[in-house]
Design a protein around this ligand. Structure first.
Ligand SMILES: *[C@@H]1O[C@H](CO)[C@@H](O)[C@H](O)[C@H]1NC(C)=O
Ligand SMILES: *[C@@H]1O[C@H](CO)[C@@H](O)[C@H](O)[C@H]1NC(C)=O
Ligand SMILES: *[C@@H]1O[C@H](CO)[C@@H](O)[C@H](O)[C@H]1NC(C)=O
Ligand SMILES: *[C@@H]1O[C@H](CO)[C@@H](O)[C@H](O)[C@H]1NC(C)=O
Ligand SMILES: *[C@@H]1O[C@H](CO)[C@@H](O)[C@H](O)[C@H]1NC(C)=O
Ligand SMILES: *[C@@H]1O[C@H](CO)[C@@H](O)[C@H](O)[C@H]1NC(C)=O
Length: 552
């Protein structure tokens, strides 16, 4: 054999070897590859190759979670030092797992940043504080990520490290399985807290099977059944964490990872496919292709405008259809630089995701521009399987204007500023591209018990329980006014009566309009504060009602 034919033979042999070692996701679609590449360019640019962690000034100097999200990218790309770095990063991540105190609420979760101390219940050094000094959900975020790493790349990291990942995941699953919404202290992982719940069904089932831990397997079995039952309750096909444009992205990851990597004989592995399809159907109906936003109300939202700020769900439009579809914020947008850290991991499950988008949903999701007609939706969202307690979400969409409202009663704890129980979106500048500039105003949820209902051209908000804190004011955060409207004092925003492209009639009987203020941010959105105070001697149920018409 001459040199060149030997070379060809060697190439052929390595190609065969490579084929034998191929991961389940050996070929990405063009869109998934594009998302993958952008995610990797962002993560590459902030990787600390000395310590093998991603720099990110968020919960410390480095981010354990961003580092975990980078692993599948390194292992899939596998160029230069990639595999070596991935192995060192896995070692680093495993070393952050907190195992010192078996009975603590943080047992088995991973440190936010590798340099942080363990929480200190007995000293002021770093007192335990859920979602602050420790994050119990990182068992699931990092755990589900390590499962993908093992299922796709065990050949590249070797059996010894796989064994240690299995041990780590078992400890994480044992800690995670204890959580039931009231235990341990400050816990909130009820069945309706969808995103960690869906990931936990995978981490407990996978670790249980690998470690032969029947308690974990039984737990995963029950959770898999209950999560589907809650989704399907009342024929609604909705997540308990309903209409959360950011966390819907995490839900899709969790469902796809369950479907692709979950043990074949556990219910969630199969149920996930069904839920994925139902979730996409719901998203497709909520999506307004002209405005480039899903209609409210949102159980949880950071950004209220997907065309200017990242929502994780948009990464799936990108990976399934291509970045020219769906709402995509500018590539350098700060929230996108956060969310896209998970893009490489998403890219590797994009095949399973794409397979569960029905043709009808795909048509709605890839539509563009103005559309005629209108749509109304009314969904009932349950929080558990036993009680009749529920919330009602109503939404009305037309191309240029849409509104959503939620009725939430019987609660005593305020859901905070991620909760968007009432919101109106409209095209405040229809000439802006690629989407109209979105104007919107949302109820700032000062009150806990709220009845909000949206319908054709209207939104009504009432506070039925005036004894609760915050029921003394209705604050609407108005955002998204195009510069041309206010520059040169052409218009001064002083309420709802002089807005671009929107005619609003407000009725707030017996309430006192407060002076409008500007200059604060609500979750990255600069807003006008338009408030109506409820006088101390007010009798009855205070209400603000909007009649709305799009005028451009
Ligand atoms: C949660 O777990 C704790 C401790 O095991 C238990 O006392 C409590 O009854 C559980 N609560 C629910 C709602 O299951
Ligand atoms: C998967 O789910 C479908 C419908 O939800 C059901 O018909 C089928 O029997 C399930 N398969 C397994 C293996 O559980
Ligand atoms: C929405 O559905 C709920 C529950 O069925 C019902 O009580 C309510 O009247 C409906 N709202 C609208 C506006 O159709
Ligand atoms: C109103 O809110 C208070 C304080 O949270 C609560 O004690 C009371 O039960 C609520 N009333 C109704 C009718 O829900
Ligand atoms: C909005 O303005 C009202 C009235 O001035 C004020 O009480 C309230 O704190 C403001 N809300 C926010 C979120 O800034
Ligand atoms: C607001 O009220 C004015 C005067 O009654 C009316 O002409 C207009 O159509 C109303 N606009 C909406 C959106 O209802």
């Amino acid at each position: 054999m001459g040199r060149s034919s030997m070379f060809v033979a060697a190439l052929a042999l390595s190609a065969t070897l490579a084929a034998a070692m191929k991961s389940p996701s050996s070929r990405l679609s063009e869109s998934a590859q594009n998302l993958f590449d952008y995610s990797m360019s962002v993560s590459d640019s902030r990787y600390d190759a000395s310590y093998n962690f991603i720099w990110y000034q968020d919960n410390g100097p480095w981010s354990t979670r961003f580092t975990a999200w980078y692993l599948p990218g390194l292992l899939y790309r596998a160029e230069g030092d990639d595999v070596k770095n991935a192995i060192a990063s896995i070692e680093g991540i495993l070393a952050t797992q907190m195992l010192a105190d078996y009975n603590s609420p943080w047992y088995g979760t991973y440190k936010l940043s590798p340099d942080a101390p363990d929480p200190t219940p007995d000293s002021p050094l770093y007192p335990p504080s859920i979602y602050d000094t420790y994050d119990p959900n990182w068992r699931e975020f990092i755990g589900s990520q390590l499962i993908q790493v093992v299922e796709e790349f065990s050949g590249k990291i070797g059996p010894e490290l796989v064994g240690r990942i299995e041990d780590s995941l078992e400890a994480a699953a044992v800690g995670g399985m204890r959580r039931n919404g009231t235990f341990p202290e400050d816990d909130n992982l009820i069945l309706a807290y969808s995103n960690p719940g869906l990931m936990r069904a995978l981490t407990t089932g996978w670790a249980g099977k690998r470690k032969n831990n029947q308690n974990l397997v039984d737990f995963a079995q029950k959770q898999g059944e209950d999560l589907l039952a809650l989704f399907q309750r009342g024929g609604q096909d909705v997540m308990g964490e309903y209409n959360a444009p950011n966390y819907y992205g995490v839900d899709i990851w969790a469902l796809a990872a369950n479907a692709k990597y979950g043990p074949k004989d556990l219910p969630m592995t199969n149920n996930s496919r069904r839920m994925l399809q139902g979730l996409w159907d719901d998203i497709a109906h909520q999506y307004n292709p002209f405005l480039g936003n899903m209609v409210g109300p949102y159980d949880r939202a950071y950004s209220r405008d997907a065309t200017t700020h990242s929502q994780i769900i948009s990464l799936f439009w990108w990976g399934v259809f291509g970045r020219e579809y769906g709402p995509q914020p500018p590539l350098g947008e700060a929230d996108l630089l956060y969310d896209v850290a998970q893009g490489a991991a998403f890219a590797l499950v994009m095949d399973v995701v794409a397979e569960r988008v029905s043709d009808e949903a795909a048509a709605l999701l890839t539509a563009k521009g103005w559309w005629d007609g209108e749509r109304f939706m009314n969904k009932t969202v349950y929080g558990d399987l036993a009680s009749d307690r529920h919330r009602v979400a109503t939404s009305w969409l037309s191309a240029g204007l849409m509104a959503g409202g939620q009725t939430v009663t019987g609660e005593t704890k305020n859901r905070g500023d991620q909760f968007v129980p009432a919101i109106v979106h409209w095209a405040s500048d229809p000439k802006h591209t690629p989407f109209p500039y979105n104007g919107f105003f949302s109820l700032y949820p000062s009150a806990t018990t709220i009845r909000a209902e949206a319908g054709p051209g209207y939104l009504t908000v009432t506070y039925p329980n005036t004894t609760q804190a915050g029921a003394d004011i209705f604050t609407f955060a108005l955002s998204g006014i195009p510069p041309s409207w206010t520059l040169g004092n052409a218009h001064v925003i002083n309420g709802f009566d002089d807005l671009p492209c929107l005619d609003v009639n407000v009725s707030a009987p017996g309430l006192t309009p407060m002076p409008v203020t500007y200059g604060k941010q609500l979750r990255n959105h600069w807003f006008y504060n338009i408030s109506y105070a409820v006088p101390a001697d007010f009798q009855g149920t205070p209400q603000v009602h909007f009649d709305l018409a799009y005028t451009c």
